[in-house]
Design a protein around this ligand. Structure first.
Ligand code: ATP
Ligand code: MG
Length: 776
C-alpha cells in the first residue's frame, strides 16, 4: 500500500479504520452523527478500493451537492494525488443521470442535445397540456405542435390551475407513476394531462429533472447492453449523505450496485431534502436488498466543542421519528457557550454579525485566512441579502453559495444568445433574445413578439423562421419600417454569434463578444440587477462602459472560477474539443447549478466569509457559524411556496433536523440570532426550537421570554401609532419629500408603517428612510 494511504488509514480511529478496511465485496453501511468522520472514512474506503486494484475510473462516488462533491475530491486529492482524484467520477445524482441519458438519448426517443426543462418551461408545458385536454384534442405524437404555441397568454384562473397541475405532474414523476397507473386509479383527467405533458416534452426534445433519474432506471432495466456496460464501468460505488436519497434514486443505486461493491454513508438525523422526495426508509431497503451487509457505527464527534455537540444532541432528541438513536460523545474541550442573540430587526442583526466578525478576525492574529473560517447560515436565500451590502461597506470579503447568478435576467439573455447557436435550439431562447434586444418600449415589444408567435402558430413553423420571414419583409404585415430594421438587426446579431461559435476556439472569447453586442438601453435597464453579489456596487451615475465591463468581469469570473479552473480536477469544460461541445457542457453545468440553486465558491475568495443556505452547508464545517433569523416561520418555515401553512409533526421534525445540521457545522463558536421585527414592523417570534437547547449551554443576549416579547409588541404598536400621528408633520419638514399621500392619520399603525415604507422605497430607498427617521 502506498505510504500516503497507510498514513491516512492510520490517522483514522479503530472503528473508522475497521469500516474503511472491510472486505471490498461486502456491502458496507456507515451510520453516524455529524462530525464523526463519515466522509473521512469514506475517503479511506476509496483508498482501500484503489489499493485492491480497482481503477479510479471504475469508481463512482455519489453525493448531493456540488459543494460536497468538490469537498470530497479535494480530500481524496490530498492523499491520492490530483491525477487519481480527477479520474474518479464524483458526481451528483443529477449530473450522473444527465450524462447517462445523453449517452443513450436515442433509446429514450430524444437526441443527445435534449433540453432540460426548468420550472418555467415545465409550467408552459403544463398549460399546454391543459389546453389540449380542454380542447378535447389529444396531442399528435408526430410533434406537429410547436413550442411557439406554448407561449399563448394565460389568465389568472388558468395560472392557478396550471400551478395545481404542475404540482401533480411533479409528484407523479417523483413517485414514478405513469398515466396508465392514474387510469387504473380512476383519475382519467390526471392520466390525460400527464400523457399530454410527456408527449409535449418528447416533441420538444426535452426532459424535466425528475425524468432524468427515472429514465436512467429505465435505461438500466430495459436495455441489457446499458446495464452490462454500467457493470463494467462502475466496479465500486460509494454514496455520501445517503439519508437524502429518494426512492427512485435508491432504485438506481441498487441496480448499479448489482455486484454488491457498495458503501453507503449517512445520518438519518440529517435528512433535510424531504421536499425533494428524500426518504430515510432507504436504510431499511439497503438492509433488505444487501442481506450480507456490514454495519459500522461511529459515535465520536471530532468537529465541534462539547458544548455544541451536547446542544445539538438535546435538540434532536425532541424528534420522535428517528430510526437510529445515536449517543454522540466527544473528547473535545467544552468550549464557549452558544450565544443566542435577540436583535431588534434585521439591520441590528446584520450590525451585530459584522462587528463580531471584525472582532473575531482580528483575533486570528497573523493567520491571513481568518474570514474563510466563518460562515453565515440561513433558511432562506433572502435573509442573506442585507449582509452583502454591509460586508461591502465594511470591506469584508465574502462568497455566496446560492445566489443564482445565472438567474439574473441579463445573464439568462447571454446564455440564450449562446444557445441559439446550438443545433435543435427551441423557441424559448430566441424569444428571450428578441425580448431583450429589440430597443422598443414594453408594450410595443410585446406586440411584435406576439405577432411573431401568431405567425409561427399559423404557419406551423418555428419562432425564428417566422421572425426571419417577418423582419425580412417576406410576409406583408403591419410593422413600421423602423421595427423591421431593428428586427433585422437582432437576426444579424444571431448570425454573428453562430459564426463566432464555429470560428472561435475559446468560449470566453465568444462570451466577450456577446456581452459587447448587448444594447446599451437594455444594459442600463438591467443595471440594478447586474450587481447582486460581490464586486463593485453599481450606482446611478455609473456609465455604460463600467456596466458592460462589470458584467463582463462577472461572467468571465463565473466561467473561469467555476468551470475552467476546475478543469484540472474535473473536466467540466472540454475546451480543447471546440466551442460547441464546450457550450453544451457549459449549459449542462448551468442546469445542474440551477437545480441546486448553488453558486460555487470563487477561487480567490477562499479567505472570505461564506454566506449560504443551510441546505447547501451540508457536510461542510467552519470555526465560527452564525445562524441568522432563527425565528418562527423561518426555522421552522412551515409554509410552502404558495404561502399555505403546513404544520405537521413530520414537517416540524424535518425543520428541527435542519437546525441540527446548521448547528453541527460549527467547530468552535456558534451564534444563533433571531429578530424581533420584520421590515414591515410586524413583530416576530423566536424559533420554538431555541427552547429545546439546555440553558446551561447557552448565553442569552437580549430577551428570550415570550411573554415579555408580547408586552414589547404592544409597546411597539403604541409607538408606531404615535409615530404615524406625527408622520404628516414630520414628512413636511423633510426636504426630500415631494408629495405626501393623503391618508388618515391615526389609523392602524401597521398600515401607516407600511405606507411609510412604500413612500421611502418610492423616494429612493432606505437612505431616505434613515434620514427621515433621524428627524424623529
Ligand atoms: P457530516 O455529518 O457533517 O457530514 P462527517 O461525519 O462526514 O460529518 P467529517 O467531515 O468526515 O465528518 O469529519 C469531521 C471533522 O473531523 C473533520 O474536520 C475531520 O478531519 C475530523 N476527523 C474525522 N475523523 C477524525 C479522526 N479519526 N481523528 C481526528 N480528526 C478526525
Ligand atoms: Mg460528511
Amino acid at each position: 500500500m502506498p505510504e500516503e494511504y497507510s498514513k491516512y488509514l492510520q490517522s483514522l480511529n479503530d472503528r473508522q479504520r475497521e469500516a474503511a478496511c472491510t472486505d471490498i465485496s461486502t456491502p458496507l453501511m456507515i451510520v453516524a452523527g455529524p462530525g464523526s468522520g463519515k466522509t473521512s472514512t469514506m475517503v479511506g474506503r476509496i483508498l482501500v478500493l484503489l489499493n485492491e486494484g480497482i481503477s479510479p475510473s471504475n469508481i463512482l462516488a455519489m453525493t448531493f451537492t456540488t459543494a460536497a462533491a468538490a469537498e470530497m475530491r479535494s480530500r481524496i486529492a490530498a492523499v491520492a494525488g490530483k491525477a487519481t482524484a480527477k479520474e474518479i467520477t464524483i458526481s451528483t445524482f443529477h449530473s450522473f443521470s444527465l450524462q447517462l441519458c445523453r449517452t443513450h438519448a436515442e433509446k429514450l426517443d430524444r437526441t443527445s442535445e435534449f433540453l432540460i426543462y426548468g420550472q418555467g418551461q415545465q409550467r408552459k408545458a403544463v398549460i399546454e397540456s391543459i389546453r389540449l385536454l380542454e380542447n378535447g384534442k389529444s396531442r399528435q405524437k408526430d410533434g406537429a405542435l410547436l413550442n411557439g404555441e406554448m407561449s399563448t397568454t394565460v389568465t389568472t384562473p388558468q395560472k392557478d390551475k396550471a400551478k395545481k397541475w404542475q404540482k401533480f405532474v411533479t409528484q407523479a414523476k417523483a413517485l414514478g407513476r405513469t398515466s396508465a397507473k392514474y387510469c387504473e386509479l380512476g383519475n382519467k383527467i390526471g392520466a390525460e394531462i400527464l400523457e399530454n405533458y410527456n408527449n409535449i416534452l418528447k416533441s420538444c426534445n426535452a426532459f424535466d429533472y425528475h425524468d432524468l433519474i427515472s429514465c436512467s432506471v429505465k435505461l438500466l432495466t430495459d436495455f441489457p447492453d446499458v446495464f452490462k456496460e454500467s457493470q463494467v464501468t462502475w466496479k465500486a460505488i460509494v454514496i455520501d449523505e445517503f439519508q437524502d436519497t429518494s426512492a427512485m434514486q435508491y432504485t438506481l443505486l441498487r441496480i448499479l450496485a448489482s455486484h454488491h461493491k457498495i458503501t453507503i454513508v449517512g445520518d438519518d438525523d440529517q435528512s433535510i431534502f424531504g421536499f425533494n422526495g428524500a426518504d430515510i426508509s432507504g436504510f431499511t431497503s439497503f438492509r433488505n436488498d444487501f442481506p450480507n451487509y456490514k454495519e459500522v457505527r461511529l459515535n465520536k464527534n471530532y468537529r465541534s466543542t462539547r458544548c455544541i455537540v451536547q446542544a445539538a444532541s438535546s435538540l434532536i432528541q425532541n424528534n420522535t421519528n428517528r430510526c437510529q438513536l445515536k449517543d454522540i460523545i466527544t473528547d473535545n474541550s467544552s468550549g464557549s457557550k452558544i450565544i443566542i442573540k435577540e436583535c431588534h430587526n434585521e439591520d441590528a442583526q446584520c450590525a451585530f454579525v459584522v462587528d463580531k466578525i471584525l472582532e473575531i478576525s482580528s483575533n486570528y492574529s497573523a493567520s491571513n485566512c481568518s474570514y474563510g473560517n466563518i460562515a453565515i447560515l440561513y433558511r432562506r436565500q433572502i435573509s442573506g441579502k442585507a449582509f452583502q451590502l454591509a460586508f461591502r461597506e465594511r470591506k469584508i470579503p465574502f462568497n455566496i453559495h446560492g445566489v443564482a447568478f445565472y438567474r439574473k435576467k441579463v445573464v439568462r439573455t447571454i446564455i440564450a444568445m449562446l444557445r441559439t447557436s446550438l443545433p435543435d435550439c427551441d423557441d424559448l431562447p430566441y424569444r428571450r433574445v428578441f425580448k431583450a434586444l429589440l430597443p422598443f418600449e414594453k408594450d410595443q415589444k410585446k406586440r411584435v413578439i406576439d405577432h411573431v408567435d401568431k405567425i409561427s402558430t399559423i404557419r406551423k413553423c418555428s419562432f425564428i423562421s417566422a421572425a426571419t420571414d417577418i423582419f425580412n419583409a417576406k410576409i406583408s404585415g403591419t410593422f413600421k419600417r423602423s421595427q423591421l430594421t431593428h428586427g433585422r438587426k437582432v437576426l444579424m446579431t444571431l448570425e454573428v454569434i453562430l459564426k463566432l461559435i464555429h470560428r472561435e476556439k475559446s468560449i470566453s472569447a465568444v462570451i466577450n463578444s456577446v456581452v459587447n453586442m448587448i444594447p446599451e438601453k437594455y444594459l442600463l435597464e438591467q443595471r440594478a440587477v447586474i450587481d447582486v453579489d460581490g464586486g463593485t456596487l453599481l450606482n446611478e451615475d455609473c456609465d455604460i462602459r463600467s456596466v458592460r465591463q462589470y458584467l463582463l468581469d462577472d461572467v468571465s469570473q463565473f466561467l473561469s472560477s467555476n468551470l475552467l479552473v476546475e478543469k484540472g480536477e474535473r473536466e467540466v469544460l472540454p475546451e480543447e474539443k471546440g466551442c460547441i461541445s464546450t457550450l453544451k457542457a457549459f449549459i449542462d453545468y448551468l442546469s445542474e447549478r440551477e437545480r441546486e440553486n448553488f453558486r460555487a465558491r470563487r477561487k480567490e475568495n477562499e479567505n472570505s466569509v461564506t454566506l449560504t443556505t443551510i441546505h447547501q452547508a451540508k457536510g461542510l464545517e467552519w470555526d465560527v457559524v452564525f445562524i441568522i433569523k432563527a425565528n418562527e416561520y423561518e426555522i421552522p418555515l412551515l409554509y410552502d411556496f404558495s404561502g399555505t401553512v403546513n404544520e405537521t409533526r413530520a414537517s416540524v421534525e424535518e425543520e428541527r433536523r435542519l437546525l441540527y445540521v446548521a448547528m453541527t457545522r460549527a467547530r468552535q463558536n456558534l451564534f444563533i440570532l433571531y429578530v424581533m421585527m420584520d421590515s414591515k414592523w410586524q413583530m416576530l417570534q423566536p424559533s420554538r426550537f431555541l427552547k429545546e437547547i439546555p440553558l446551561h449551554l447557552i448565553e442569552i443576549q437580549g430577551e428570550l421570554n415570550l411573554q415579555e416579547l408580547q408586552v414589547k409588541n404592544e409597546v411597539h404598536q403604541k409607538e408606531i401609532a404615535q409615530f404615524s400621528g406625527d408622520l404628516r408633520t414630520k414628512m413636511q419638514q423633510s426636504k426630500d419629500v415631494v408629495s405626501v399621500p393623503d391618508y388618515e392619520v391615526n389609523n392602524d399603525a401597521n398600515e401607516a408603517s407600511n405606507e411609510l415604507i412604500d413612500i421611502a422605497e418610492a423616494s429612493n430607498g432606505s437612505d431616505f428612510l434613515r434620514r427621515f427617521l433621524s428627524l424623529m
